[in-house]
Design a protein around this ligand. Structure first.
Ligand code: SAM
Length: 176
């Protein structure tokens, strides 16, 4: 069976030799660790202490020292990331086995996405991993992404023969 997170990583690997990559929801740090292996420098954001601790621990155990871990909301990421970016991932929802009340919110994600899209280099890729337990978030973000202009290729990737399967939105900047 396809693992949606592994698939999101395969998509991000399409960009060769990324310089700056951003994990907008670092959680337990698995996406951050993946990015640290392919990019020169990584920024990782989360709003909760447990996520910051778990990500720091995972990175330390893997001797990953090219990551800036920031406790803060992803709609403010541009306060810390001054460079343009090649890659970003938003793995939405709540921390697995964590507090389900601390979760991503569509309006905050969209506010962050608007900034990320402006800072995305040519050929840069943003992926969002979206779960269907929050239909409002899913619908609002899909609606926003589907209205992006022709400088971007926007795809939705989903397993169709499995009920309520999570899906990926891939945003690829195809021209400046
Ligand atoms: N990428 C993670 C991993 O590899 O383990 C999984 C992320 S988890 C599904 C979603 C995370 O989003 C939670 O840790 C939650 O605290 C975080 N989050 C929620 N709202 C946020 C926000 N506004 N800015 C940054 N992180 C946020």
């Amino acid at each position: 069976m396809i693992n949606i997170v592994d698939l999101s990583h395969e998509i991000l690997k399409e960009f060769k030799n990324p310089n700056i990559a951003v994990d907008m929801t670092c959680g337990n740090g698995f996406d951050t660790l993946f990015l640290s292996n392919i990019a020169n420098e990584v920024y990782a954001f989360d709003i909760q202490d447990l996520a910051i601790e778990n990500t720091s621990e995972l990175l330390k155990n893997h001797h990953a020292n090219n990551v800036n871990i920031i406790k803060g909301s992803h709609d403010l990421f541009d306060k810390y990331v001054k460079e343009n970016i090649d890659l970003a991932i938003y793995n939405l929802g709540y921390l697995p086995k964590g507090n389900k009340a601390i979760r991503t919110e569509a309006n905050i994600v969209i506010s962050s996405l608007k900034k990320a899209i402006n800072k995305l280099n040519e050929n840069g890729i943003i992926v969002l991993v979206i779960y269907l337990h929050d239909m409002l978030e899913s619908n609002q973000i899909s609606d926003f992404a589907s209205r992006l202009d022709s400088k971007f290729d926007v795809m939705r990737i989903q397993v169709l023969n499995k009920k309520d399967s999570p899906y990926i939105i891939k945003i690829n900047k195809i021209k400046e």
